[in-house]
Design a protein around this ligand. Structure first.
Ligand code: ADP
Length: 537
């Protein structure tokens, strides 16, 4: 507790120069008062005690001014202050001697003597002070003891003061030693850190810059101290730092990493990432900001490369889609002609050609029909990426009824049973959603060997949206094929077994993703499949 109290007092005096200043001002005023109103006893020496008091008052006042005007941490001011403290105390020793160790002056001496001890920041200076003042005092005691022996009061107060001073100063230096040691550790950390560590004052100027700045930006720390880093921020990134200043130091955004460019000494720019952390001063106000800066040139390079590649990919993807769209669109016309003429040929020469020739015509016209279907699917596949998404309220129950009307032929042919559950209305693109539901329902009938195929369409609501499910009692899909069936042209059957182009599910996937959802599958081979797709709310 004692140590704690002591630390508080020393911190109070050391860190608040004002306190020290006022102590010396009080001492100066005290001596001033002694000068004019003190007890006028005859002195043993050649100097009048008023003069000594006046001298002490002036010295204390100079100490007050020194602390008021100058930074007490500057070495030469500090040493000049030590000198004045010696002089002040020697003056007091002389006064004690001259007044015959009068108890009034001994209190005065002891107050100044103990206060002075607090201002020594170096152990050596304190030891010198202590021995010189006490030697001077002992010598004057020896000289005086024959003529005017000092009183017991004087000895008692003096010894207690000297012991108290030594004990307290020892504590102080121990605490300071501990502080210096821990500060040394942190300084070592900051100085040897690979990252750049800086301390900024209240208006952003740099107070401390770690030596790693040389490696990162080519400057010596001294070249940047006192400057604002804003001066070397890339023009294009200045707004980032400006907005940071505007949002204020207490704004939470300050603790997120910010990426920007700083000018290297050689004129080039370096991509860096900084985290600013406001540090609270002992008075609870934020007046210092710590920044940690990291070189991100390499990762930034990768990021830029990746962005360029992605753009390139997007471009070539768009080119491919345009190509698929244009070619499938343009191929439709000549293909329709081939199919029509094949039909015409078949009709006109029916019975006139031999069997083999008729078979060839059948192959050719079937091929043309398959190709037509493929082109139609390709066209709608490439249209999905280009289509504008309309956002409208869609009554999915109603939409499902339309789907059933569209595929009523297939339903009848297969003697199928379609059950529609309670389907939620959504905000989405009606036509695209219809394509998905129709494709999935048709697949439920198509990939189904049951005598009465069953398809059930249901919907559940989730926190982020809706999940629709199209379930069938069809042939099911083996687990090893389940992932790949959403890829274009990936089919599990030959065209002879079950006709199709292999584009239906990839069209569904593309649509669902464009509508902001996902599609997945659960299936048991030989039992049936459930296709789930989500739509955002
Ligand atoms: P297609 O347009 O040829 O029908 P899809 O992309 O719709 O092609 O389907 C791809 C493959 O996925 C099909 O060949 C089929 O094997 C399988 N498949 C799709 N839906 C079902 C389903 N409901 N039940 C079983 N298999 C299915």
């Amino acid at each position: 507790m004692l140590l704690n109290l002591y630390q508080k007092v020393t911190r109070f005096i050391d860190h608040d120069a004002r306190t020290a200043r006022y102590l010396f001002l009080i001492v100066a005023i005290g001596f001033g008062l002694f000068t004019f109103f003190g007890d006028n006893k005859p002195l043993q020496g050649p100097i009048e005690h008023e003069w000594i008091n006046a001298f002490d008052s002036i010295v204390s006042f100079i100490l007050f001014l020194l602390l008021l005007l100058c930074n007490p941490c500057k070495k030469y001011f500090q040493e000049f202050g030590y000198l004045l403290i010696y002089i002040l105390n020697i003056g007091n020793v002389y006064l004690l001697y001259a007044t015959g160790f009068d108890i009034q002056y001994s209190y005065q001496f002891i107050v100044v003597y103990v206060i002075s001890g607090w201002f020594f920041r170096s152990e050596l200076a304190f030891v010198f002070f202590f021995t010189s003042i006490n030697t001077a005092l002992i010598l004057s005691l020896l000289v005086a003891s024959s003529t005017t022996p000092p009183t017991f009061d004087f000895y008692a107060t003096y010894v207690v003061a000297a012991v108290a001073q030594v004990v307290l100063i020892r504590y102080r230096f121990n605490v300071e030693h501990m502080l210096t040691e821990s500060e040394k550790k942190y300084r070592l950390l900051a100085q040897n850190s690979f990252d750049l560590i800086c301390v900024h004052d209240a208006d952003g100027s740099l107070e401390f810059v770690s030596p790693s700045v040389k490696r990162l930006l080519g400057y010596e720390p001294d070249e940047l101290i006192g400057h604002k880093p804003y001066e070397i921020v890339h023009e294009a990134d200045k707004h980032i730092i400006r907005s940071l200043v505007l949002t204020g130091k207490n704004h939470p955004s300050i603790q997120h990493p910010i990426q920007y460019r700083l000018k290297h000494k050689d004129g080039s720019y370096v991509w860096i990432e900084t985290i600013f952390t406001p540090l609270d001063s002992p008075d609870g106000k934020t007046n210092v900001v710590l920044s940690q800066t990291r070189d991100i040139r390499r990762s930034k390079g990768y990021q830029i490369q990746l962005e360029e590649r992605t753009k390139e990919l997007e471009r070539s993807n768009a080119d491919l889609e345009t190509f698929a769209f244009v070619s499938s669109h343009d191929m439709q016309e000549p293909l329709r002609m081939i199919a029509n003429y094949m039909q015409l040929l078949k009709r006109k020469y029916a019975g006139k050609l031999d069997k083999e020739a008729e078979e060839y015509i059948d192959f050719a016209s079937n091929g043309a029909i398959t190709l037509q279907q493929l082109l139609r699917d390709l066209l709608s596949y490439s249209r999905i990426t280009r289509a504008d998404i309309k956002q409208e309220k869609v009554n999915v129950n109603q939409l499902m009824k339309e789907v059933l009307r569209n595929i009523q032929l297939e339903i009848k042919e297969r003697n199928a049973e379609i059950t529609i559950g309670e389907l939620y209305s959504v905000v989405s693109d009606k036509n695209l959603l219809m394509l998905v539901l129709q494709n999935l329902t048709l697949n439920g009938l198509k990939y189904n060997h049951s005598k009465t195929p069953e398809v059930e369409v249901t919907c559940t609501t989730m926190a982020t949206g809706f999940e629709f499910c199209v379930a069938d009692n069809g042939i099911g899909i083996k687990p090893e094929h389940q992932k790949r069936i959403f890829e274009p042209f990936h089919r599990l059957h030959t065209k002879a077994e079950i006709p199709g182009t292999g584009l239906g599910l990839s069209i569904c996937k593309k649509i669902v993703e464009r509508l902001g959802g996902t599609i997945r599958l659960e299936s048991e081979y030989g039992v049936g499949s459930k296709f789930y797709f989500t739509l955002p709310k």
